[in-house]
Design a protein around this ligand. Structure first.
Ligand code: HEM
Length: 162
């Protein structure tokens, strides 16, 4: 039994831990894009309309018309506050347990909203596209960023139902 619990924990633990250098690159990149939450959400929805359409208050509306409205901001603000919490945890080593708990809760809440593993993958792709085109981006940043998002995704998929 103890072995089974141990194996289950290994399966849902984040992957390879970031070095402190990689963590600082990810944190720096995040801090550069963090204020642009509306722009980022707009860019993600533009590339993946299926994501926009899963938000009942935004579904099937003209994205360019709603982009700068309080309704749009009301949706981007909590998402980016949560992402900020996750990226802040990523900035320092030794936070794996907390990060796993935060991501597990996020996945759990999103199961009832119809968000799938594919949706989260697209969300992260969109986020990466924005970061790579709006910040200093080289091979080291790209590798650290991808490692960080892969770690987050690995925990999310363990708890997402679909
Ligand atoms: C890492 C990416 C994401 C983060 C950090 C995030 C975070 C949040 C947060 C903080 C809320 C507010 C309520 C709560 O505390 O749970 C929320 C609501 C919601 N999220 Fe996410 N989310 C993410 C990705 C997604 C994806 C991929 C989908 C599906 C397309 C989605 C769909 C929704 C929906 C439908 C709501 C309900 C409230 C609303 O309509 O605004 N989220 N999300």
């Amino acid at each position: 039994m103890k072995l089974l619990i141990f194996l289950a924990l290994i399966t849902i633990a984040p992957g390879e831990e970031l070095t402190s250098y990689e963590a600082s690159l990810v944190h720096h990149t995040w801090m550069q894009i963090r204020p642009a939450e509306n722009e980022i959400l707009y860019s993600i929805f533009k590339d993946y309309p299926v994501l926009q359409n899963k938000f009942p208050a935004l579904a099937y509306q003209d994205l360019d018309a709603i982009k700068n409205t309080p309704t749009f901001h009301a949706h981007s603000a909590p998402i980016f506050a949560k992402l900020d919490q996750i990226f802040q945890l990523h900035a320092y080593q030794g936070n794996e347990a907390t990060m796993t708990a935060v991501l597990a809760e996020l996945a759990h809440k999103h199961n009832s909203r119809g968000a799938t593993k594919q949706d989260f993958q697209n969300y992260f792709r969109g986020l990466t596209k924005y970061a790579s085109t709006h910040t200093y981006w080289d091979a080291d940043v790209a590798s650290a960023w991808s490692k960080a998002l892969d770690n987050m995704y690995a925990v999310l998929v363990a708890y997402l139902a679909n």
